[in-house]
Structure formats: structure tokens, C-alpha cells
Design a binder for this molecule. Structure first.
Ligand code: CTP
Length: 152
């Protein structure tokens, strides 16, 4: 089945193959809110051959930053990024899980030094186990899953 659920965009970024239900989190990562001026469209629970159901986010005029890509990879490891220029796909790539993230995840261990008053950014090592993505704190060794719950 090929159908266009939301219009094509002229210039900007399309984030495709987001796990169903995660598009709103992707908007949050991109800093999109009620003050945003750009045209943004989002499709939730779209039928997908590969994924069963998926979400899509399209933002006109957005040129995605490295840190945003890393955050999206943590919560949507199979997402595809399409950079659009003049209605054509100029570049298409899959997000890549970073090996280490700094200042992106909050350690749930209250005793962890990254949660002290010291100005120490959290550092986590990203690992996978099959389809599951997890992270291990550099400072206290705490392991976390469901990384969406720990995004700073
Ligand atoms: N797209 C868009 N505006 C454009 C061009 C493409 O919004 N000017 C969107 C399409 O609607 C689709 C995504 O970008 O959601 C990728 O487009 P395309 O590669 O043509 O689709 P597929 O072949 O289905 O992508 P994939 O192979 O990555 O599944």
C-alpha cells in the first residue's frame, strides 16, 4: 500500500520509521513547541511494512544538529533521516547509535556524582542487546533501559 498521509515538504527534514507513539518525543527533542514558526507535520500510527506501525515527523526549514540526531537514535534506533531540498531527497541515512553520550541522559542513581551539585555532566556508554538499547553510567555503573524516560 502506497499512500501519502502527509504532504511532501519543499526544504527541511523528514524523520521516518519512528516507532509508533514516539513522534511527540521526537518533536520535544527538536525543541518544537507552541512558539515554533516553521511548518511541522506529524503522522502517528501509519501502517508500515517493516515496522507494522510507525510515526513520521516532517519539519520545513529544519537542519538537524548532531546532538539531536544522537538523542533521536537513542529513542528511535531505526529512524531514517531524509534531508529535502527543492522537494527532492538530497540525502537519506539511518540514525547511528552513539557509543558514548555526554549530558544527554540523567542517571537515576541519586547518589551518583553526576547528580551532585558539582558541575559534572553525565556520561553513559550505549550498548545493544538484540533490539534493546541500554546505557551504563560512566560514574556509578548504573544500567538503564527505556532511555526515553531518562532524556535530559
Ligand atoms: N518526503 C517528503 N517530502 C519530499 C520528499 C519525501 O515529505 N519532498 C518524505 C516521504 O513522504 C517519505 C520520506 O520522505 O515519508 C521518504 O521518502 P521516499 O524515500 O520517497 O519514501 P520511501 O521509499 O518509502 O522511503 P524508505 O525507503 O526510507 O522507506
Amino acid at each position: 500500500m502506497r499512500e501519502l498521509v502527509i504532504s511532501k515538504i519543499k526544504e527541511g527534514t523528514v524523520i521516518d520509521h519512528i516507532p509508533a507513539g514516539r513522534a511527540i518525543l521526537v518533536l520535544k527533542i527538536l525543541g518544537i513547541n507552541e512558539k515554533t514558526r516553521e511548518t511541522v507535520s506529524m503522522a502517528l500510527n501509519v501502517p508500515s511494512k517493516k515496522m507494522g506501525k510507525k510515526d513520521i515527523v516532517k519539519v520545513e526549514g529544519l537542519f538537524i544538529k548532531e546532538e539531536e540526531l544522537n538523542k533521536i537514535a537513542l529513542i528511535a534506533p531505526n529512524a531514517t533521516i531524509n534531508l529535502i531540498k527543492d522537494y527532492e531527497i538530497e540525502k537519506k541515512f539511518k540514525v547511528k547509535l552513539p557509543e558514548v553520550v555526554k549530558g544527554i541522559l540523567k542517571c537515576p542513581n541519586r547518589m551518583c556524582i553526576s547528580n551532585s551539585k558539582e558541575p559534572i555532566s553525565s556520561i553513559f556508554y550505549i550498548k545493544t542487546n538484540g533490539n534493546e538499547v541500554f546505557a551504563k553510567c560512566h560514574y556509578c555503573g548504573r544500567r538503564i533501559k527505556e532511555l526515553a524516560d531518562y532524556l535530559l
